[in-house]
Design a protein. Structure first.
Length: 206
């Protein structure tokens, strides 16, 4: 099916060209082979955990906050697959005259991207960071034995915590109009050890 769609797209694209504009037949053949190879790689992408399992690990609520949305999805392209789930939380009753606090929790299985792809996106996992400014800080640390990255802006009351779990899962907790302690408390609501033990289900035999 993927190969048919690729060929169909190429056919539609070439249909609008005049004879003088048509590329060399050999170039067309090489382009078709390249697209077929990419299609084959995509079809053999490494398996990832079902996003429904990740979604089930999202906290139902946080201290003083209610969950306003939860979603999950699986995306794949060019031989790389990612499964993720995300929950949104807001202050149930913000103080009068103040904006509601908001926290977002995202759980991502990067197993289908591979170690190099994950490292490219989360370079802090291979670094040691410790810096402060007049309005905040950034540092690498650990959480339940897993490498983590924290950053917080005291002026904007915006911060985030990222944790690399089991060398394949990324836990991201990000918040606006909240203290860092609220983000740390939200992170504790996630069972990191349980997350690290999740495994992709084997593909059903054809």
């Amino acid at each position: 099916m993927k190969r048919i769609l690729l060929v169909a797209c190429v056919t539609v694209g070439w249909a609008g060209w005049t004879a003088a504009q048509m590329p060399d037949p050999k170039a067309i053949e090489e382009m078709t082979k390249a697209m077929q190879a990419l299609s084959a790689v995509a079809s053999n992408a490494a398996p990832v955990v079902d996003f429904r399992e990740l979604k089930a690990m999202l906290p139902a609520d946080l201290a003083g906050m209610k969950r306003t949305a939860a979603r999950g999805e699986k995306n794949g392209a060019m031989g790389m697959t990612v499964s993720e789930a995300q929950g949104s939380y807001e202050t149930a009753t913000p103080p009068e005259g103040e904006d509601a606090g908001a926290i977002r929790i995202k759980l991502t299985d990067m197993g289908g991207v591979g170690a190099f792809g994950a490292l490219a996106q989360f370079g802090w996992a291979a670094a040691e960071i410790d810096r402060e400014t007049d309005t905040g800080y950034e540092k690498t640390t650990t959480c339940d034995g897993f490498k983590a990255h924290e950053q917080y802006d005291t002026e904007g009351k915006h911060g985030s915590i990222q944790v690399l779990v089991g060398n394949r899962f990324i836990v991201e907790v990000e918040g606006d109009n909240v203290e860092m302690t609220a983000l740390q408390a939200a992170l504790k609501k996630i069972e990191l050890k349980k997350l690290s033990e999740l495994k992709p289900k084997p593909k059903a035999a054809k």
